[in-house]
Design a protein around this ligand. Structure first.
Ligand code: UDP
Length: 258
């Protein structure tokens, strides 16, 4: 574990003070939670895989000009990120019906949506992250109109990029969740993509068989969770072999970032 000062411990990650002011170290745990913390487990190797997958995706997004908090990967479980003020929203984008849109609106799971749909949720565990509208966001000052426009535009660009990335890997991007932050640079403030993008925060189905390759395997007790995450990493070209090597790596074993 890190020797650095802990700032915050979340369900799947720990944040430590970074080496420079304005930086944070994001540590990926093996812990998994679902249904608002009611279901918990430790999935050995998950943190290593999410660190690598999120790094790969954030670097790709950076290359097409999406501002992200990602700076560099430090080791198998940690990445250096910019310190941002997290906007208390979860921004979900859907291409295919699954999860809460199916239960709430009765759209059968697997049905292609007429267009990509972006939804906002208020990040509040005690309330079970309720879905909200732009009216709530601006009325309660959770974000400004400008920030909502920025998040919408970025989310749709992220969706286009991720759809292409995953299709190229034989994977259907069903839906995903993003979080954004405010990055202060002098008296300027910029909306940047934060948190992580991984099989914990996306629904990913095999393009041919529709087999689930994401956290739904854990939510629904389907087994082989880390194996599925490792397969996502392998198909993205991150890991040479399926599973092996990824799950074995750990900090403290001397694996330095490239
Ligand atoms: N999601 C997430 N964190 C949350 C809620 C949702 O990462 O706290 C992701 C989830 O993995 C899925 C997408 O957002 O890829 C849409 O989730 P949905 O609203 O269907 O909720 P769920 O079925 O996860 O309760």
């Amino acid at each position: 574990m890190s020797r650095r000062k802990m700032i915050y411990e979340g369900k799947a990650k720990i944040l430590y003070e970074g080496p420079e002011p304005g930086t944070i170290v994001q540590y990926f745990k093996d812990d998994a939670t679902a249904f608002n913390n009611q279901k918990k487990a430790t999935l050995e190797g998950k943190g290593v895989l999410n660190n690598r997958i999120s790094e790969h995706v954030m670097l790709g997004l950076g290359r097409i000009g999406i501002p992200t908090h990602f700076l560099k990967r430090l080791n198998m479980r940690e990445q250096l990120v910019r310190q941002v003020e997290i906007i208390p929203l979860e921004v979900v984008c859907r291409n295919v019906a699954a999860g809460s849109i199916s239960t709430r609106l009765g759209v059968p799971e697997g049905e292609q949506l007429p267009r990509s749909i972006v939804e906002f949720y208020y990040k509040k565990d005690e309330l079970g992250d309720p879905m909200i509208s732009e009216e709530h966001i601006t009325a309660f000052n959770w974000a400004t109109h400008q920030e909502i426009d920025d998040m919408m535009a970025m989310t749709l660009r992220v969706n286009d990029f991720l759809c292409g990335l995953f299709t190229g890997a034989g994977i259907r991007l069903v839906d995903f969740k993003l979080e954004f932050g405010r990055h202060y640079e002098g008296d300027m403030v910029r909306t940047v993509l934060a948190d992580e993008i991984s099989p914990d925060s996306c629904r990913l189905w095999d393009l041919e068989t529709n087999e689930k390759m994401d956290k739904d395997r854990f939510r629904r007790d389907m087994g082989n969770v880390t194996e599925a995450y490792a397969e996502v990493a392998r198909r993205l070209g991150i890991m040479k072999e399926s599973g092996q090597g990824a799950a074995n790596g750990d900090v403290g074993k001397g694996d330095a970032a490239k």
